[in-house]
Design a protein around this ligand. Structure first.
Ligand code: DC
Length: 175
């Protein structure tokens, strides 16, 4: 059975999906981590996040693994580094590239197969698994989402101004 949780950045999808998967004994798929890996790969290879062709090719070349709460890029554990503000910003740009999305959507469908899974992202119930039996859409006020993102970053030692965080949330929503 597939359960999808969609919604914008900072709405609490990951926390809800992780908690639900644990309660149900299902697997959990964090699809945002995958867009973050593509962004990291582009940053490391000097590919502009707006370069559609190069970013799509890079996506195809990555050996990506998302398991047990950890994310691997070509066998390197990138779980922490993909949460940096630089990768967060870049992930939002590469996520707008059709070639990148096609590749990751195919990967997600292959990875889920016939598993019992809770999957979260912004397109899981609408585009990737429209046949899912159980779909949620979570949202929250932009100010609350900015406050959550700010707290997440503070936990990793990164201090960001609230107004700047709110501006970035609005910018990402537009994209
Ligand atoms: O949920 P997150 O912040 O980890 O997601 C990282 C970026 O990837 C964010 O800009 C939204 C985007 N994303 C997407 O476009 N589609 C998904 N299924 C998951 C994330």
């Amino acid at each position: 059975m597939i359960v999808t949780i969609d919604g914008p950045a900072g709405s609490g999808k990951s926390t809800a999906a992780r908690g639900l998967a644990k309660r149900l004994g299902f697997d959990f798929l964090d699809t945002g981590a995958m867009y973050r890996v593509v962004a990291l790969c582009c940053l490391e290879r000097g590919i502009a996040a707006t370069d559609e062709q190069a970013a799509s090719e890079a996506t195809r070349s990555i050996d990506m693994q998302v398991r047990d709460g950890c994310t691997f890029m070509n066998d390197h554990d990138v779980t922490a580094v993909i949460r940096s503000p630089e990768v967060t910003e870049s992930a939002s740009v590469v996520a707008g590239i059709a070639g990148v999305r096609d590749e990751l959507v195919n990967w997600q469908r292959r990875a889920v197969g016939a598993k019992n899974i809770v999957t979260e992202g912004r397109d899981q119930g609408t585009v990737v698994f429209p046949e899912a039996k159980c779909k949620f859409f979570l949202t929250a006020a932009p100010e609350e989402r900015a406050r959550r993102r700010q707290q997440d970053l503070e936990r990793t030692g990164v201090i960001v101004d609230f107004d700047e965080m709110l501006r970035l949330i609005h910018e990402r929503d537009e994209r």
